[in-house]
Design a protein around this ligand. Structure first.
Ligand code: ZN
Length: 280
């Protein structure tokens, strides 16, 4: 169990992945021809981000936004507004490329392209990384540590953060879970993702609230992940606002951007943990 600042019972981060068109284009470049599909993805930076920034400001919560380099270059105004709002900008690939099958050399190029784009648009050198599609390669943590990243937020094996051994160094790992991601409930992109059975905000908020309360009792780290093209829609953003207000009212919940949570964990001086690849 982690000791949280000021005796807090648990740590909480409300995070956003500003994917926009990038995950579609990384897997299916032909989807660029589909104007309506592209417009659904553009809703994220164009309408979702401004609305969610207002929600966060209303709740007085600072957040972490994971931004593919391509999104930053295509929507520099929206991404600069996130940084100007006091939120953390973190790395999420260049074109949200799936990492499976990529060599370390190929991945290094994408990491560096993403770093360059985020720096060009916001002046920020990110300290945090989240793998596109939440799928790391076993060699990815070492590439991140080599580049000075403080933390990753892509693994699912723990309620608590830990130091992940990277072979020469370590990286703070801030674990996540698909349960706390809006994609499965809200995302429908014809011919690409989802079944068309679109979840309703009240049910999703109830699921997340219950999950928060259980994690709070367990003393762990609760990370919620939303996508502006999905949860930036009015009814969903309104439900999210209600949930953030609920969590913020709990005196035992420490709400912070992931970089601050990772810095706290780094300060604990935990012994790095080795994760080993199973041999089939
Ligand atoms: Zn993503």
């Amino acid at each position: 169990m982690i000791g949280w600042p000021d005796g807090a019972q648990c740590a909480v981060a409300f995070t956003f992945d500003v994917d926009a068109e990038s995950p579609l284009l990384a897997v299916r470049p032909d989807l660029a021809d589909r104007m309506t599909t592209m417009s659904q993805q553009a809703y994220g930076p164009e309408a979702g981000v401004p609305r969610l920034l207002r929600v966060l400001e209303d709740c007085q919560v600072r957040s972490t936004f994971f931004v593919p380099g391509y999104t930053a270059r295509r929507y520099p105004g929206a991404i600069a507004a996130i940084a100007a709002g006091g939120h953390e900008i973190a790395h999420h690939g260049y074109l949200h490329e799936p990492l499976a099958g990529k060599t370390p050399e190929e991945e290094a190029v994408l990491l560096d392209q993403g770093l360059e784009a985020l720096h060009d648009v916001t002046g920020v050198t990110p300290v945090g990384y989240r793998a596109p599609f939440w799928e790391l390669n076993w060699h990815t943590p070492g590439l991140l540590a080599d580049r000075g990243f403080l933390y990753d937020s892509s693994l699912m094996n723990s309620d608590d953060p830990y130091e992940l051994a990277t072979g020469g160094g370590s990286l703070v790992e801030l674990p996540i879970t698909w349960t706390l991601d809006d994609w499965g409930q809200y995302c429908y992109v014809p011919g690409f993702s989802g079944t068309g059975m679109i979840g309703d905000p009240a049910s999703l908020s109830a699921l997340w609230r219950d999950d928060f309360e259980a994690m709070s009792a367990a003393g762990g780290l609760w990370i919620l992940t939303n996508h502006p093209f999905l949860s930036g829609r009015p009814a969903r953003a309104r439900a999210l606002q209600g949930l953030i207000h609920h969590v913020a009212q709990q005196s035992g919940a420490w709400i912070a951007p992931l970089a601050e949570i990772a810095a706290h964990v780094r300060g604990l001086g935990l012994a790095p943990r080795e994760l080993s690849r199973p041999v089939p």
